[in-house]
Design a protein around this ligand. Sequence first.
Ligand code: UD1
Ligand code: CA
Length: 473
Amino acid sequence: MSPTKIASPPAPHEVCAVVMAAGQGTRMRSDLPKMLHSLGGLPMVGHVLELCRRLGVKRTLVVIGHQADRVREALEAYPVEFILQAEQRGTAHAVLQTEEALQGVVGEVLVLNGDVPLLSDELVERLLHTHATARAVATVVTTRLANPAGYGRVLRDSHGAFRGIVEEVEATAAQRRLREINTGIYCFNLPRVFAALHKVRPSAVKGELYLPEVLPILMKARGRIATVLAEDSREVLGINTRAELAEAYGILRRRVVERLMESGVTCLDPATTHVSALATVGRDTVLYPQVQLEGRTRIGEGCTVHAGCRIRDSEIGNRVTVLDGCVILEAEIADECAIGPYAHLRPGNRIRRKVKIGNFVEVKKSVIGEGSKVPHLTYMGDSTLGERVNVGAGTITCNYDGFGKHQTTIEDEAFIGSNSCLVAPVRIGRGAYVAAGSTITQEVPPDALAFGRAPQVNKEGRAAAIRAARAKK
Ligand code: UD1
Ligand code: CA
């Protein structure tokens, strides 16, 4: 057989990718499939799929098996093709399942371990480059580890030429001392790899069909095998245990925080700043200690997020201040707002410009119009507030009657006195006043003053009389 004809590296959009994600992940000791364990806010395998998307590969095939339905459902947002490996008989068997889907494809395929999530775009590009320039039929990414335990070891002859890979369980004591390991990241030529995969025999110890076993078979068929050394072994860490998951999270977290600081974000205590790989933060924003930005959160420029805030899947504008201890979920917050301390924004809020949401305020599924203030101790649920509304301390929307949720509407410039209950559905008209301590059950017309409380009665001298009666006893 002649070596592959390409010499210039294929562009990523010319190659397909196969992501192996069918294994159970026994060593996690978990009911959740290993691939779905969260790493920095997305499932472990999601990082590999994000990489495929960033590189723009032509097709991404994900081999699933263990709890396939659950994995498929969790990954349904990704533009991938799922291939079922009903029985997990090893990594060679996993790749073989894609043969039908890749029928007729001539070119290169990236094969990626779903549990090696920290891979960089540069390393994959180097893999494609080496594969092409070496005119290889298969190229393997390797790295050197001080502690190679658990990984397949790379075997080389006395000239350093690649000979094969031996899995740890099958390795001799001398082979186990080898420090160069297989990362589980490969580039193969199609369709040649499939012919060789059919020849892989079950391993001696575990009886599995090992993907690295395809390499000596390809060599026998006069195929050239190339290797690429990952200098930074942290990016090819394989996750098999919870300890490795935590280690990977630490690496990812530092990587994201360093990228933020390079782009002009101040992290006062980078060691305790947690930012998802999908989040973005604008220039001159300051993150205080123990801030967590989860999911696809986007924070604009010149914001300040104080200590202990958790913000998930939210969009925050510019020059927003979030004081200590806030929880903000799926919110839209426009420029120049001030939130907190200790505010809870439950999902579905739209907070317009220059709004203040203050101390111990809970807001849910509400729209708060520009310049409005909800400064203290309030629950606003299912509410629509106009502009420049002022909500007094302790105001509560009574949005739930035990059966359904009801809406509260407060029009522009209305003023709600402290400790009012607004029993929904209810509307407070534009510019209206609600007297402090009111329970409002009916619409308040625009510009009206509503009293929803018992009139005060003063009994002259009565307190003194009570004290005198007690003193006699
Ligand atoms: C694998 C490699 C090992 C390498 C290490 C790097 C093999 C035989 N060994 O070992 O040389 O050093 O990765 O991290 O390939 N999978 C399937 N179907 C299966 C079996 C596994 O899809 O039938 C998937 C798993 O979900 C996982 C990946 O393949 O994402 C690797 O499987 P795993 O069992 O973790 O292999 P390792 O023992 O880590
Ligand atoms: Ca693994």
